[in-house]
Ligand binder design. Structure first.
Ligand SMILES: Cc1cc2nc3c(=O)[nH]c(=O)nc-3n(C[C@H](O)[C@H](O)[C@H](O)COP(=O)(O)O)c2cc1C
Length: 264
């Protein structure tokens, strides 16, 4: 077995792993059928969504790429009828929520990185116990770099110090500039969580069900309903079910792609 090359920093060079993962053959047409047929559905049939479909789609959400693999997301699958009724109200009673058999609230967490890096250490320890060496650079990433980057300190004081450091060092070297504030940390966590939301919606579509992402809601009420901790950011509520006739409000509209795709 190849020993991973030791480098101080995983950005310096790729550690050599004796690991290979073959890419399976994909039916591209089926994949694009899933993308093209995902529409925001505002009115659902009463048909229930099988629990296994929801679970599989939620598990697919957790496979989304995410920053530093710190998995700073949570998905609240709201099942209790009282909570569901409260959530529909918090979603302004919009039909995309009120007619939906299932509702999921996607939440980004800005403070769970510290827990996650400790979990990562446990995984590294287990990996080494089973005889596979973990590169020192990978350990250093989670032990030193992650707290340095993601911790913002009391009242964001450490973030402010980092902002000054980054600004001055940035004149002389290429350096990641964010996150150096709680607001930037929210952007960090929301980016990752939004990717997982798309995985969930596409997984539902691939299994014959529909969804609607919603941010038309009262976030303070959602926090109260779910008893969210203060570092949690509701990202979107996603309703799910089978599309009813008239549940899609019209053909899909997109502006010409030249406005958005820039070849530089
Ligand atoms: C973050 C986000 C928030 C949205 N909020 C709502 C919403 O509150 N209510 C709603 O009916 N649709 C909502 N939508 C759906 C969009 O209106 C919809 O995606 C857009 O019109 C494009 O249509 P399509 O999804 O069918 O392609 C939201 C979509 C996103 C990504």
């Amino acid at each position: 077995m190849t020993e991973p090359k030791e480098s101080k920093n995983i950005f310096d060079e790729a550690p050599a792993f004796d690991y290979d993962e073959q890419a399976p053959l994909i039916d591209a047409e089926e994949f694009f059928k899933v993308i093209n047929s995902r529409r925001s559905v505002r009115v659902y049939k009463d048909d229930p969504v099988p629990g296994a479909i929801m679970t599989r789609s939620l598990q697919a959400a957790l496979l989304a790429p995410n920053s530093s693999n710190l998995q700073c997301w949570e998905f609240y699958w709201v099942k209790t009828p009282e909570k569901k009724a409260q959530l529909v109200k918090a979603c302004l009673g919009q039909p995309a929520a009120s007619t939906a058999p299932e509702l999921v609230v996607a939440v980004a967490r800005t403070k769970t990185w510290n827990w996650a890096r400790k979990e990562m250490k446990k995984i590294f320890d287990e990996t080494e116990k089973s005889g596979t060496k973990v590169p020192a650079s990978a350990r250093a990433y989670y032990e030193k770099l992650v707290p340095f980057v993601y911790c913002q300190g009391p009242l964001g004081a450490w973030g402010l110090i980092k902002k000054c450091l980054v600004w001055s060092m940035g004149w002389f070297k290429v350096i990641p500039r964010e996150p150096t504030s709680k607001a930037q940390l929210k952007i960090w966590a929301v980016k990752t969580t939004a990717l997982a939301c798309e995985n969930f919606m596409l997984a539902m579509r691939a299994q014959g069900y529909d969804t609607c992402p919603m941010e038309g809601y009262d976030s303070a009420r959602i926090r109260r309903i779910l008893k969210l901790p203060c570092d949690a950011v509701p990202v979107m509520v996603i309703s799910a079910g089978k599309r009813a006739k008239g549940g899609i409000y019209g053909p899909r509209i997109r502006f010409p792609s030249e406005n958005f795709i820039k070849e530089v």
